[in-house]
Design a protein around this ligand. Structure first.
Ligand SMILES: Nc1ncnc2c1ncn2[C@@H]1O[C@H](COP(=O)(O)OP(=O)(O)OP(=O)(O)O)[C@@H](O)[C@H]1O
Length: 283
């Protein structure tokens, strides 16, 4: 197991994180949640950047607060406030990385920067949002890390830049034993990338599911009042009142398609599941 959190709690005023999750070798695991749901706080707990009030956080099988410099070298991160000082250019940043990480592949890194159209001699502060985001990911993957912790690496990017970053991450996973924990607001990024997804709301994990299972088994039922009244609700996860009647989220789409052929049963993705879990009433 690359990462394991067991009821890690942290209170900030009214907000309380209580998070359990794990990331296996060979997996890309996504963390989805609205603004303020607790994604960055979770990542900080994993990286030992905050002291939990209770619970335990393990990275590479060790207490995350006891990670050595050697362990930390094996973690690549993209955090919202991370990055090099803007006065540097890529060539200077590469020299710093070279001096800091024995496993840093300077030539490979500079080659990747050229491939992704990042100018070597321009100051990083003059880069566009997309260029900065690409650089952060290239830096995170540049030192042979076994684990990537990526907080919103595609935030603010257009579709082409996002796809470029997702491709970098797929390339990173070609080597065995690696793993990525990634957060994003853009559910389509996670759908096409992650093996499994955790949804966090108000500091709590409200769903953990394999991405394939969400896409193949989950569904959204559109029900008039009388259809809702007579529906078998055993496989309904949550319900939302609508103008036309009810929307209901199920993790057994086929059951309702087969047993209620007259019902409207739509496939759903992570976005719809999240919207229902946040706005709907739990069964
Ligand atoms: N150092 C801190 N001091 C006080 N409150 C904090 C601190 N860090 C986070 N919080 C609070 O904890 C809650 C969760 O914040 P967090 O940054 O983890 O959310 P997030 O899911 O990453 O949100 P976003 O998508 O907006 O980045 C918020 O209410 C935030 O105000």
């Amino acid at each position: 197991m690359l990462v394991k959190l067991e009821h890690v709690t942290k209170a900030y005023g009214d907000f309380k994180l209580d998070c359990s999750l794990s990331l296996k070798e060979g997996h890309i695991t996504g963390l989805v949640g609205q603004n303020g749901a607790g994604k960055s706080t979770t990542f900080k707990a994993i990286l030992g950047l905050l002291t939990p009030d209770s619970g335990s956080a393990w990275v590479f099988g060790k207490d995350s607060r006891k990670l050595t410099d050697e362990d930390r070298v094996k973690i690549g991160t993209v955090l919202s406030d991370s990055g090099f000082g803007g006065h540097l250019n890529i060539r200077e940043a590469a020299s710093i990385m070279d001096a800091s990480y024995e496993s840093f592949n300077k030539e490979g890194f500079l080659y990747q920067c050229r491939e992704h159209n990042l100018p070597a001699n321009k100051k990083i502060k003059e880069f566009s949002t997309g260029m900065k985001a690409k650089l952060k990911v290239l830096l995170a993957v540049s030192h042979e890390a076994a684990l990537l912790i990526l907080d919103e690496p595609t935030a603010g990017l257009d579709v082409v830049a996002r796809e470029e970053i997702l491709d970098m991450l797929r390339g990173y996973m070609e080597q065995e034993g690696r793993g990525i924990l990634i957060s994003s607001h853009i559910s389509s990024d996670l759908e096409g990338l992650c093996d499994d997804i955790y949804m966090i709301q108000g500091g709590k994990i409200v769903l953990h599911e394999d991405t394939d299972v969400i896409l193949s088994n989950y569904g959204l039922l559109k029900l008039e009042d009388r259809q809702y009244d007579t529906l078998d609700k055993d496989h309904i996860l949550c319900v939302k009142k609508e103008g036309f009647g009810y929307s209901a989220l199920t993790n057994e789409r086929q059951y309702y398609q087969e047993n209620y052929p007259s019902l409207i049963v739509e496939r759903c993705g992570i976005d719809q599941v999240e919207t229902m879990l946040i706005g709907g009433k739990r069964k």
